[in-house]
Design a protein. Structure first.
Length: 129
């Protein structure tokens, strides 16, 4: 999976006083898909935020466990958070366009962004990271 989704522009001033405007999110899975009925398989992902200049901001690798912890910090039980993250990743990997967009909305909201509703034509990108 590798996508770039447009988000509603959001501006902020970074730690060195530079104003940045984020207009998209780029996300790619960087580990193999491995599902198990009995356990949660951790996946490695890469995420970056696309600026209005086209350059990337705050690109980083993270694990699906980081998403679980984000949801737990937001009030979900660990079991529910694990099931939700597993569902999000499955939807992004194997979903219909509507399911991909729904799961991308959830992912974007975890980082404080709102997807632009015209994302049914989200850009698929082949990433080699």
């Amino acid at each position: 999976m590798g996508y770039i989704w447009d988000v509603e522009p959001k501006s902020f001033t970074d730690e060195v006083g530079e104003t940045r405007t984020i207009v998209g999110i780029m996300c790619s899975a960087v580990s193999a898909v491995e599902y198990s009925r009995n356990e949660f398989k951790v996946r490695d992902l890469w995420i970056a935020f696309v600026q209005d200049s086209g350059s990337l901001y705050n690109a980083r690798y993270f694990s699906s466990n980081d998403l679980v912890q984000k949801l737990v910090a937001g009030g979900e039980t660990e079991e529910d958070a694990t099931l939700n993250v597993k569902s999000i990743l499955k939807g992004l990997d194997y979903g219909t366009l509507d399911e991909i967009e729904l799961n991308a909305e959830i992912l974007a909201s975890m980082y404080g962004y709102v997807l632009v509703k015209s994302n049914l034509n989200a850009t698929f990108v082949e990433t080699k990271i």
